[in-house]
Design a protein around this ligand. Structure first.
Ligand code: KG4
Ligand code: ZN
Length: 386
């Protein structure tokens, strides 16, 4: 089963080809991030326009990388890559309306023109499936002892996660804990009531004068700071064991920065970055990162203890955080010496938005006989939930 995946839910125009839900044949990601950086966040209209410009070249590139044109004239195999594609998978939610529309419209047209089944994909579910990729094309592959190192610098887990699987899904739009009993059979244990954790990284970064996206800039800055310098609050949610709340932490970072420069809560946040010293900035970044990640890890450990899953998967942009990987590994080891062995995370490049996770989930939908979408009627759903 070979699936072309298409993802345009935010600022990445991403496509990929995946075989049998575990082998990566190609992955192409075009990001319009640079165009948004000056605004401090993604501008929907700019993102949509960029998708329109790049979607066709990005699809063509993924097909070309997956099925390089044969040079030998004696090769009888068809040279049309579409002959090798069994199905198309496209993200139809959640995301920005204008951005989703570009990917979905192109996918519907291709499904009709090329006569392929079309699978609609939930972006958040797809993030989890990045961890099911365990290998790449033979010609790319190199092996090492613990991880399979695919060519083009992909690093894959040695084996796919087992069910029941606990998934911590952490991105710019979502913070969720879900228990997957099997493919397409999952229970949402809890989610954020307000800001998503990635969003809080982005906002905290802005407060202390670090560039967007905040997850990356805070993790770089935190290396120079003391993560115990400040204590910041963790939300305690009564009657919501696996829920999250990050809005209090965001406000606490603002108040801390104001207090550090000797001002009160009326001091405008946009003037803060120029008044903070490098040391203050690094210490706030490190302390914030520690507490934000601890909050995620606390709930994940609690769910591990309650449900005894056979695997734990971290997914989404924030899963790229080395601090999250480290804290989770260490805490799991304190609970159970073998527990950190069941922790799986995708290659860094497959944590943030990509087409490979979409194609992978598309493979499982096709292989497990899920009903395809009607290419004449599939609609976008910007608020699609898990
Ligand atoms: O999954 P993603 O690419 O897009 C969404 O679906 O939202 O996640 C983007 C988020 C951003 O908020 C970004 O700040 C965060 O992932 N992020 C990180 C790191 N790299 C990206 N957060 C913490 N540490 C990182 N290293
Ligand atoms: Zn995402």
């Amino acid at each position: 089963m070979v699936v072309l995946g298409i993802e345009t839910s935010c600022d990445e125009t991403a496509t990929a080809v995946v075989e049998d839900g575990e082998k990566l044949l190609s992955s192409v990601v075009w990001s319009s991030m640079d165009l948004h950086t000056v605004y401090g966040g993604v501008v929907p209209e700019i993102a949509a326009r960029s998708h329109i410009e790049s979607i066709i070249p990005v699809i063509e590139q993924a097909l070309k990388e997956a099925f390089p044109p044969q040079s030998s004239i004696s090769n009888l195999q068809s040279s049309d890559p579409w002959d090798q594609i069994d199905a198309i998978a496209v993200v139809n939610g959640a995301g920005l309306g204008g951005s989703l529309l570009v990917g979905v419209t192109v996918a519907k047209e291709l499904a009709i023109l090329k006569d392929k089944p079309l699978y609609s994909i939930n972006h958040v579910e797809a993030h989890v499936y990045a961890s099911f990729l365990t290998e790449s094309k033979k010609e790319w592959r190199l092996e090492n002892r613990d991880w399979r190192i695919g060519g083009k610098n992909y690093q894959f887990p040695v084996q796919q996660p087992d069910f029941p699987m606990l998934a911590l899904i952490v991105s710019g739009g979502h913070t969720q804990l879900a228990l997957f009993k099997d493919h397409f059979d999952y229970e949402l244990l809890g989610q954020t009531r307000d800001d998503a954790v990635g969003e809080v990284f982005d906002k905290a970064a802005k407060i202390i004068g670090l560039p967007y996206p905040g997850g990356v800039s805070i993790s770089k800055e935190a290396v120079h700071g003391d993560d115990k310098k400040y204590s910041l609050p963790k939300a305690k949610l009564k009657d919501d064991k696996y829920g999250f709340s990050f809005s209090g932490l965001k406000t606490a970072v603002l108040r801390l920065a104001q207090a550090e420069i000797g001002e009160d809560y009326t001091f405008p946040s946009y003037k803060l970055p120029e008044r903070l010293s490098d040391t203050q900035r690094a210490n706030i970044a490190a302390s914030f990162q520690r507490v934000a990640i601890e909050t995620l890890v606390d709930k994940t450990i609690k769910a591990y203890e309650e449900y005894s899953p056979k695997s734990i998967v971290i997914a989404g942009g924030v899963a790229a955080s080395q601090e999250l990987r480290k804290q989770l590994r260490e805490r799991l080891n304190t609970v159970d010496l073998n527990a950190s062995n069941i922790l799986t995370y995708p290659d860094m490049k497959l944590c943030t938005d990509n087409g490979a996770m979409v194609a992978t989930l598309g493979c499982y939908k096709a292989m497990l006989n899920q009903t395809p979408a009607d290419p004449y009627f599939l609609e976008i759903n910007p608020n699609l939930c898990m």
